[in-house]
Design a protein around this ligand. Structure first.
Ligand code: HSE
Length: 306
């Protein structure tokens, strides 16, 4: 087995679609800055796609394996084999973690490697790290949030421009927010997978996606949107995970929110999560939850107007 270089950190990439190729470009662009910050220079050791690369060879030549293929097969087998080979793994695969999280966390512990998955929930919003590390000592009571960018975009478009559900969904697909098959987005299943992952972290108890009841936005009508607007409410797809009667309850459902609610003004493909604990009262994290890099929005705060 090749021994890891002392100055290079070898990264094997599984998957080179929209997310994989964006990661590849960013890794090369930021390699020097990362080296200056952590003392190890990340280098791509190989890329596995359907048409190129050899999995065993890539694992052999990597210190870290990054899984960005999505889906369960062959992602589960690849991630498990990489962990068992003693490689750290980073994955953005919410389906994988919400189905097989327990086996994967146990294998990572057994083999003394890290399994990291910040990008699996809420895009670039660092909610995993905050729940798992920053708030590790807090007794989290409840987590709720907008965790699917596609549905938030659709509901925002229908509300602000009067777009039809079909047109808004087509636009979300064009902008790269939706999954290849958007059924998981609009049915609430994608949000259910993400809430299962957050609940597992927040409460330390196994939560499988099959135990998360969910309802999506397919059956919402223009009348529902108009009704919300008339009453000054926001209609959002909300995921909720909370301690209830000695157990935990996790679910996803469309919800009317009053205008002052921290999630009410989260629009477009943005996501947001509110975490409640007696130790911190509550904090809300928000940011882009779907799609690739984009131009920064023009700042509308008074302090940055020119
Ligand atoms: N389709 C997902 C969403 C992508 O819309 O939130 C990010 O997980």
């Amino acid at each position: 087995m090749t021994s890891p270089s002392s100055s290079a950190f070898r990264v094997g990439l599984l998957g080179h679609g929209t997310v994989g190729s964006a990661f590849h470009a960013l890794l090369e662009e930021r390699a020097e800055a990362i080296a200056a910050s952590v003392g190890l220079r990340p280098e791509l050791s190989g890329v596995l796609t359907r048409g190129r690369g050899d999995f065993d060879d890539i694992v052999e030549r990597s210190d870290l394996v990054v899984e960005l293929m999505g889906g369960l097969d062959p992602a589960y087998e690849h991630v498990m084999r990489a962990i068992r080979a003693g490689r750290h793994v980073v994955t953005a695969n919410k389906q994988l973690l919400s189905h097989h999280g327990e086996e994967l966390y146990a294998a990572a512990r057994e083999h003394g490697v890290q399994l990291r998955f910040e990008a699996a929930v809420c895009g670039v919003v660092p909610v995993i790290r905050v729940i798992h590390e920053t708030l590790a000592a807090a007794h989290i009571q409840r987590v709720h949030g907008i965790v699917n960018g596609t549905t938030n975009f659709i509901l925002s478009e229908m509300t602000t421009t009067g777009a039809s559900y079909e047109d808004a969904l087509a636009e979300a697909q064009r902008l790269g927010y939706a999954e290849a098959d958007p059924t998981d987005d609009v049915s609430g299943r994608d949000a259910a997978a993400k809430m299962a992952i957050l609940a597992r972290l927040a409460f330390g108890a196994p939560v499988h996606i099959d135990h998360v009841p969910y309802e999506g936005i397919e059956n919402l009508s223009a009348e529902d949107i108009a009704y919300a607007r008339e009453l000054g409410l926001s209609l959002k797809l909300v995921g909720s995970a909370e301690r209830v009667d000695g157990g935990i309850a996790v679910r996803v459902f469309p919800t009317f929110l009053y205008a002052q609610h921290p999630l009410a003004a989260v629009n477009g493909s943005f996501n947001a999560v509110t975490i409640e604990s007696p130790a911190i009262t509550e904090i809300t994290l928000s940011g882009p939850g779907a799609g690739g890099p984009r131009r920064p929005r023009r700042c509308s705060a008074t302090w940055c107007r020119r």
